[in-house]
Write a protein that binds this ligand. Sequence first.
Ligand SMILES: NC(=O)c1ccc[n+]([C@@H]2O[C@H](COP(=O)([O-])OP(=O)(O)OC[C@H]3O[C@@H](n4cnc5c(N)ncnc54)[C@H](OP(=O)(O)O)[C@@H]3O)[C@@H](O)[C@H]2O)c1
Length: 315
Amino acid sequence: MSSNRFAPARPFRTGTVALALGSLLWSAASAAAQDPAREYPKAPPLPDLSGKVALITGSTDGLGRDVARRLAAAGARVLITGRSAERGDSLVAEIARSGKGSAKFYQADLASLAEARRLADLVTRDTRRLDLLINNAGIGWVFDSTRKLSPDGFEMHFAVNYLSHYLLTKRLLPLVVASAPARIINVSSGSQTAIDFDDPQMEKGYNGGRGYAQSKLAQVMMTIDMAPALEKQGVLTYSLHPATTMATTMARLLNVKPRSTIAEGVESVINAIVTTEPTGTFFNQLKPWKANAQAYDAAAREKLRALSDRLIGEP
Ligand SMILES: NC(=O)c1ccc[n+]([C@@H]2O[C@H](COP(=O)([O-])OP(=O)(O)OC[C@H]3O[C@@H](n4cnc5c(N)ncnc54)[C@H](OP(=O)(O)O)[C@@H]3O)[C@@H](O)[C@H]2O)c1
């Protein structure tokens, strides 16, 4: 039974994924979504988060930054991460000025496993609890056909969007479990495609859309894979598609017209913080949804876990 103190009740329906490969343009959201006055589904309200600590990766910009603002406004201490010290420090100062919650910035480039390890070590050193781990940092070079490698030699989407977060999550688990009831939320996408375990780093054929979509499915698979053991320790975990083509730097760099506001994506993350749906659920915004079929293949999840443990060099 999944429950914790974040959660009021809410009914949902289940649907199926409509997948647009190689794109952030997942569903048929209308251009009207850009209208800030447009009504969109809201998550149940956040409870008072005073005394709670949340780490949000990729919170120097876009969705993560606005999630950090919302959690701090509810009283949380938010741990901000990203590469940009300028934007990180600026958000910390803004939260301090607001008089609600508190914040600290950790600079880390999650392209590098060593940086992910260092981030986990610093957070473990600095805080006695971690009630919410929100794995959100991401890149989406979906129209770029040049395969880029991380400093560790992994395909860049796989490294930043998935593998560093797998490592970070494993390293921070003792802290999260010690803070139970707690939650781990993986900000994935509706863009998902099956991982080719004969060529997971896409050496034999690459396109950016598939790189992004494989890494996003890996996040969903990690969520489902970890859920049962975590639940026994009082930790719930969810993955989600936040909103379709939000007006963030990611969409701007892709030169695509935004179809959703960042505020819509924030509601999706808040929903995962308070939902009473079973642990492991993948959400399309606020609705439980079916992810790519590979996510429900236990053998595939085991392959991904074994591969990930080998690549991070930790059992
Ligand atoms: N935008 C959309 O429509 C959309 C749709 C579906 C899913 N998503 C998912 O939502 C999440 C947030 O996306 P967004 O649209 O908010 O993107 P964004 O505006 O580009 O923000 C990305 C965040 O990730 C951080 N980041 C990027 N590369 C990093 C690295 N190597 N190391 C550490 N941090 C890094 C950035 O910080 P620095 O620049 O400071 O490093 C920034 O804080 C992503 O996981 C994305 O896949 C977005």
